[in-house]
Design a protein around this ligand. Structure first.
Ligand SMILES: [Zn+2]
Length: 437
């Protein structure tokens, strides 16, 4: 080829029944054409050619013996060029073709289809590849919408349409679509709600207790309990795409207990200020020691939290630290959340935009039929509009993120990820954040 580099070429031939001929080409004839093509367009000694044959394999999916081998080799960049006789030897489904083309593009593999004169090395070939992957994306999206509709319908019939039964339940073996209570787990659910209601422990403490007891032989973290407390399924209601569907599971917790537990929980969240927030991160700027914790109570029962350097014997009130670090921590949290979510949305947004462009271009240049294109463009436009709304919503949401609202474990995660330490200067009462590099 033009760059005169050695090319590892793979050929692929397929027939659906062992004796069937395709457009007059059976397996042997396909192989012969591939051979001839390669001989004609590549210099002798500058390539290797190996042909894989799937006999008696249908093109309804990619689950074929030799095809799977080729896909695996593509993932490992084991060849440079794939030559086929015509495109439907690869697959008859646009979705699969799109997926294959993406795989090839990602691994720098060229696809040559002799009959269609399709060569991914040319701009023409690249464009077709792009259009095909757009169509594939759109088909996947349609499948997704269809699945979503099926899920909602199931929920309306009182079935549980999600793949995994929530903690406390198992699937009814009779019909596999309804939930029944799993008593050993349900007991923990009831206990967790009770603890929230009477305020005897935080979910962090309860998770710790379960962990120590190795309850049910599982791993326990407070996130799991936090999710449990908020899951409406325990009073039978399934929340799907922002809507509630009642009677999707047998009741473990009454609706009023659910409300009580959640009210208590948000109340305890606002009292987070009464914990030692800077435990294990506050250090003395002079000697580097980690600060120890002390507290005093005044005559009216008010609690004051202090951090003390055990070496220098100086201390500082927690509120003084909070005043200085809280705005910066909140900023950081907002930035992180914004970046992470925005990047995701923006990627999808640009994809939708380029999809629309590619489709209109393909329409003009390759005379795709109007109905198909307008349907595809409409779907992409709607998607784009939705993403624009998402971006605006994220911009608003992000402003409400506050460091003081973090749960204890979220705070620990935040420190672990971003904060090396807070160094306290006892003389000037300055708290300086040292971020992780
Ligand atoms: Zn010190």
């Amino acid at each position: 080829m033009e760059d005169k580099k050695f090319a590892r070429i793979i050929g692929y031939a397929r027939v659906s029944t062992s004796r069937q001929a395709n457009n007059g080409y059976n397996l042997d004839e396909q192989c012969k054409r591939i051979d001839q093509y390669v001989e004609l367009f590549f210099d002798k000694g500058k390539y290797s050619l190996e042909i894989y044959r799937d006999a008696g394999a249908s093109a309804k999916n990619l689950d074929r013996r030799e095809m799977s081998k080729i896909m695996k080799m593509a993932k490992n960049k084991k060849f440079d060029i794939l030559v086929i006789h015509n495109l439907d030897r690869l697959t008859r489904k646009v979705v699969d073709l799109g997926r294959l083309l993406t795989l090839f593009q990602e691994n720098d593999i060229k696809l040559i289809s002799i009959q269609e004169r399709f060569d991914m090395n040319t701009t023409h070939g690249k464009l077709i590849a792009n259009v095909l992957s757009s169509v594939a994306e759109w088909e996947l999206e349609t499948i997704r919408t269809r699945t979503q509709r099926a899920i909602i319908e199931a929920a309306e019939e009182g079935k549980y349409p999600k793949p995994r039964a929530p903690f406390g339940y198992r699937r009814d073996p009779e019909d596999n679509s309804h939930l029944i209570i799993r008593e050993d787990q349900a007991e923990i659910v009831r206990h967790a709600f009770q603890i929230m209601i009477d305020g005897s422990m935080t979910e962090f403490e309860y998770a710790l207790k379960l962990k120590q007891e190795k309850a049910l032989g599982r791993k326990w973290c407070d996130k799991l309990l936090y999710k449990m407390i908020r899951n409406k399924i325990y009073y039978g209601t399934l929340e799907l795409y922002g809507k509630d569907y009642p009677d999707c599971a047998p009741v473990i917790i009454s609706k009023s207990d659910f409300a009580k537990a959640n009210a208590m929980r948000s109340k305890s969240r606002t009292t987070v200020r009464h914990n030692y927030i800077y435990k294990n991160v506050a250090r003395c700027s002079k000697c580097g020691s980690y600060l120890t914790l002390t507290c005093t109570t005044n005559s009216r029962g008010q609690v004051f939290l202090y951090y003390k350097c055990p070496t220098c014997n100086k201390s500082i009130n927690q509120n003084l630290i909070t005043e200085q670090v809280e705005p910066l921590f909140s900023d950081k949290l907002q930035e992180v959340k914004y970046k992470k979510d925005m990047v995701k949305i923006q990627q999808q947004y640009h994809l939708a935009k380029s999809q629309i462009k590619r489709l209109s271009y393909a329409y003009v240049k390759y005379c795709l039929d109007e109905e198909t294109v307008s349907e595809l463009v409409l779907a992409a436009e709607m998607n784009k509009g939705r993403l624009e709304t998402d971006m605006q919503k994220l911009k608003r949401d992000v402003q409400t993120v506050n460091f003081m609202d973090l749960s204890r474990s979220e705070r620990i995660d935040f420190y672990r990820e971003y904060v090396d330490n807070i160094s306290i200067n006892f003389k000037s009462k300055d708290a300086k954040i040292h971020w992780k590099k």
